[in-house]
Design a protein. Structure first.
Length: 163
């Protein structure tokens, strides 16, 4: 079992390397693929997830996970995906999204190299302690794992088809 997990992790790491964009067109495709996977993960976890969502004035973010908690109101988690190019729009969107009081978490999704760049850029900004970082390789692993779980549960035939 442990060997299978290590082998699976190695395969996913190779797939993640293949996803590194080599052109602007590829960067857009990879960006959208990662963005969509982030949203799908949120849905699997029970959130209402959307892509390209306006969360505050001037802040349209790549993905959001949203949930309403009883009489406490809405809780929103914001995700910005960075695959190539300037990180300024990512930082600006994360900062502006904090103007919405329902936004409880802001996450930059990118590779390890870009994570370090973003950390340097936000070091003097008010959001420096609020931004969380999610390596896109981990997003790919989690997405694939959740797909496996769903397929496995569906194969049990516990839920009638069509529900």
């Amino acid at each position: 079992m442990q060997g299978e997990i290590k082998e699976s992790a190695a395969i996913l790491k190779e797939k993640a390397k293949e996803l590194l964009p080599t052109s602007t067109k590829e960067a857009t495709f990879v960006h959208n693929d990662i963005r969509d996977k982030v949203a799908e993960i949120g849905r699997c976890l029970g959130f209402r997830a959307e892509v390209e969502k306006r969360v505050a004035d001037g802040a349209v973010v790549d993905a959001v996970w949203e949930v309403t908690i009883g009489n406490m109101g809405r809780v929103i988690y914001v995700f910005e995906v960075q695959t190539a190019g300037s990180i300024d729009s990512l930082i600006l969107n994360l900062m502006k999204s904090k103007n919405n009081k329902a936004v409880q978490g802001i996450v930059a999704v990118t590779d390890q190299k870009q994570i370090e760049r973003i950390k340097r850029e936000i070091a003097t900004l008010p959001i420096k302690d609020e931004v969380r970082f999610w390596d896109y390789e981990e997003v790919l692993r989690i997405h694939e794992s959740l797909q496996f779980v769903n397929e496995s549960i569906n194969n049990l035939g516990l839920v009638p088809k069509g529900l």
